[in-house]
Design a protein around this ligand. Sequence first.
Ligand SMILES: O=C(O)c1ccc(O)c(O)c1
Length: 254
Amino acid sequence: MHRSLHFGSSRRAFMGLMGTAFFTTPGLFAEELLKPTPFLTEGPFYPDKLPLDQDNDLIIIKDSTTPAVGEITHLTGRILDKSGSPMKDATIEIWQCDANAVYLHTRDSSGKQEQQDRNFQGFGRFTTGSSGEYRFRTIKPVPYPGRPAPHIHIKVKQGDKELLTTQLMIRGFEGNKRDGVFSQVRDPEKRELLMTDFKPIPDSKMNEFAASFDIVLGATPDERDMRRPGPPPGGRGPGRGPGGRPPGPPPQNS
Ligand SMILES: O=C(O)c1ccc(O)c(O)c1
């Protein structure tokens, strides 16, 4: 009793000393679980034809000498499991519209031939090594008609398994509050987990940005289910499971 009390108070003091590092340094304390990155819909524009160049540099297609239009952004981060261990051999895919709001999808680009930036790769892939780190060079996302929150679509796979589909938003961007898709994430803490700062890189001659975004895998199907609001007043209704979703496969967002 005395021992554990003593341990408790010294642990608190230790945590105080560690400050936020305790909470933000994954893998330091195995018993601390990280908050899983929330799911968000794939949206309608995962490329229908993948580009020939699928590398992690979306600014330059193959060995072109003309870069994409837009504000160059270095997007980096780690793919972690809930206990903070890096995930090796995880493939992260990103896709986003170009600086003129055109996706690499015929349903979007066919009516926008004039405005499409043909120098933007629109889609990229990176497979992690043992550090779990990933790295992309892309553009700072821009608003899309009907999507006032600029965003980068993300999918994480391991082998044939899709582990997470989500979207990354720009922290502090004014349009975030008006975005209907992002509003599917109601919990402010979860919204926070889908935003990061896009910081100007000091002294960058090309006014580049750096954005860091760690992805934590391990959301359960219920945590991924953003479509259905909580149980209606007076009960969940017939045939609904404890998560408030009807039995059967998880809903597909469109
Ligand atoms: O619902 C839509 O129109 C829509 C458009 C673009 C997106 O990136 C998206 O996720 C949804």
